[in-house]
Design a protein around this ligand. Structure first.
Ligand code: ADP
Ligand code: MG
Length: 316
């Protein structure tokens, strides 16, 4: 069977022969369009499907709206620039329109957009036979020189994560066990994109590559070092594990939206201290970018290599 990544690779390969109209397309957290004067626009789209990404009765309409927005803002922030606007498309079954679901969803979406200083500038609304489907397209804008691609990592870079990992996965576990009000459950229901962190890291030249963690670091790190034609070593004892989570969740749980970035080794200490001053918490160095070998990803525990078969979230 075709995997999600296989289908994306096929689309990317077919697009090689098509027109690009000045866009740098498939493969990063956002597509890039340089617009002159050293500025660029970036574009991303993420889809939320009822029963796959959320359960209608386990989350409020406001929470679902917040999540639909932030998963997209996270991809813009991961490029190192500021999200400025979104388009919102919804397919809604009849009962969401007769009750107050749709109204509350829209109010929640606008409140979350205002909080993030992002404008809603368009979208589409249609009926759905059964499930709620939500698509957000987010647009970001910033200096071209600030853009951080997945492909920018250099051998010797430190690999850092911007926030502790596993909270969202621990929250989902709590919710499925009937505990809806734990700190981790609240993070799962209201994931917060690292917008200011992404924009700030974008302005730092020593940050070479960046992406957000949406499918778990075990899977997402691979996208980063593959596109950079490098390998990676991760020291498991350095993984920042969120309260309520464990190592397995920190490595594999999706819907995290922490930033994953690489930093020139000589600049790491200064960057850590500046980031801590700016945001109150430090970024966490978890490993190094290394030359590519036949086994590009190596897991270490206290410096000793161990076998790890962790997989991130997969749709198929
Ligand atoms: P992310 O988790 O950052 O949203 P994805 O893993 O969903 O990234 O997608 C990887 C890349 O593939 C991105 O550049 C995305 O825009 C692109 N992509 C995903 N699905 C499609 C599709 N159906 N058609 C074209 N490009 C796609
Ligand atoms: Mg992403």
């Amino acid at each position: 069977m075709m995997t999600e990544f296989g289908l994306i690779a096929q689309a990317a390969a077919l697009c090689q022969k098509s027109t690009s109209n000045g866009f740098e397309g498939i493969g990063d957290d956002c597509a890039i369009l340089p617009v002159g004067n050293g500025e660029a626009l970036v574009y991303t789209a993420d889809l939320l499907v009822e029963g796959v990404h959320f359960l209608r009765h386990a989350a409020t309409p406001e929470e679902i709206a917040h999540k639909a927005l932030h998963v997209n803002l996270s991809d813009v922030a991961a490029m190192g620039v500021r999200p400025v606007a979104t388009l919102l498309s919804v397919a809604l079954p009849r009962e969401t329109m007769t009750g107050d679901w749709a109204e509350r969803f829209m109010q929640g979406y606008i409140a979350a957009s205002n909080e993030a200083s992002v404008a809603l500038v368009g979208g589409d609304t249609t009926a759905s036979q059964r499930d709620i489907v939500i698509n957000v397209t987010a647009i970001g804008r910033g200096p071209e020189a600030h853009l951080k691609r997945r492909s920018g990592a250099e051998i010797g870079d430190w690999i850092c994560v911007g926030a502790p990992l596993g909270a969202s996965g621990a929250g989902l576990r709590d919710i499925l066990a009937g505990n809806h009000d734990t700190p981790a459950a609240r993070i799962h229901k209201r994931p917060q994109a690292q917008i200011e962190e992404g924009v700030w890291l974008g302005s730092r030249r020593e940050v070479h590559a960046m992406m957000d963690i949406s499918d778990g670091i075990a899977s997402d790190l691979k996208h980063l070092f593959d596109r950079s034609h490098c390998g990676a070593e991760v020291e498991l004892t350095q993984l920042p594990i969120a309260p309520g989570a464990d190592e397995e969740l920190a490595l594999t749980a999706g819907e995290e939206y922490s930033l994953l970035f690489t930093v020139e080794a000589a600049a790491l200490e200064q960057l850590r201290s500046d980031y801590q001053k700016q945001f109150g918490t430090p970024p966490h160095p978890v490993g190094r970018i290394v030359p590519r070998t036949e086994k590009p990803l190596r897991w270490l525990r206290n410096g000793v290599e161990i076998e790890g078969t962790w997989q991130g979230f997969r749709h198929y």
